[in-house]
Design a protein around this ligand. Structure first.
Ligand SMILES: [Zn+2]
Length: 267
């Protein structure tokens, strides 16, 4: 299923809707540099102007309009391939120790080798240079003309996101019953962080009530969907994580203040 969007926000919303309706979650696997930061082009240096791309997971068909690729992003099913080097063991280094310590992970990986994935390609098209008749010579002429332009700011451009969802899930259940294994929605994670750090609310019941209210306004999903309806333990874990992060920030800030005050004394 290949879809086209005029902005990243539209593509993200469509993907979130797909995830919620199918009770799955796609995790970022890799993203090229500038894939989500560049929305315009001011120079053709180091870029390739194309009319089509038949290769890769998301082929871009010829329609006469030249374009350049800005970036690529790949997301895999959360039950996808296990890419950890040692399944079951997690290596950690002690800052003050010369020997390598191994920490055993109590929970086994939930990865199941599912091959479902999402690929996004961000491109910028130049519709004013559309070819009516296709030939290698005409393509080359258009590319040369575009590259000879001195002021690209006045050039008409179209930003486009091409998204392909390969939803062929393997080795795990999908649909309403699959929602129990989903991680918490990012928007809800952020909300818990705000409730804890800005409003000092840490009571599980209170946080959960407010999260449930927000999740209902985002999208109606079954209560078994853990992405939108976290368990009490999920809430406790996120509250604890927010508190821990907050305390680290406070310690770092006080250390910086001590360091600054020492520096002032030295001066
Ligand atoms: Zn899957």
């Amino acid at each position: 299923m290949t879809q086209f969007f005029q902005s990243l926000a539209e593509a993200d919303n469509a993907l979130t809707e797909y995830e919620l309706s199918s009770s799955c979650k796609f995790i970022l696997q890799y993203r090229t540099k500038n894939a989500r930061t560049v929305f315009d082009v001011h120079s053709f240096d180091g870029t390739t102007i194309k009319f089509e791309d038949k290769h890769g997971e998301v082929p871009i068909c010829y329609d006469g309009i030249p374009w350049i690729l800005i970036g690529t992003e790949v997301r895999e099913c959360h039950n996808g391939p296990n890419r950890r080097e040692n399944n079951g063991l997690m290596k950690t280094m002690n800052d003050h120790c010369y020997t390598e310590k191994k920490k055993r992970r109590i929970q086994v990986s939930k990865k199941m080798g599912c091959t479902a994935r999402v690929t996004l390609r961000m491109i910028i098209r130049f519709p004013d240079y559309k070819l009516e008749d296709d030939s290698k010579r005409k393509r080359r002429a258009v590319i040369e003309k575009l590259k000879s332009l001195s002021d690209l700011d006045r050039l008409k451009k179209e930003y486009l996101v091409v998204m392909k969802i390969r939803g062929d899930h393997h080795n795990h259940i999908v649909g309403d019953n699959a929602g129990y294994g989903l991680p918490l929605d990012k928007r809800l994670c952020q909300k818990i962080k705000e409730i804890v750090t800005e409003e000092n609310v840490t009571n599980t019941k209170e946080v959960k009530a407010r999260i449930e209210h927000i999740s209902k306004s985002l999208m109606a999903t079954k209560p078994s969907n853990r992405r939108m309806h976290p368990t009490n333990q999920d809430i406790r874990n996120h509250v604890y994580a927010a508190l821990r992060k907050n305390s680290y920030s406070a310690v770092n800030m006080s250390l910086t203040e001590v360091s600054l005050s020492r520096h002032c004394i030295c001066l």
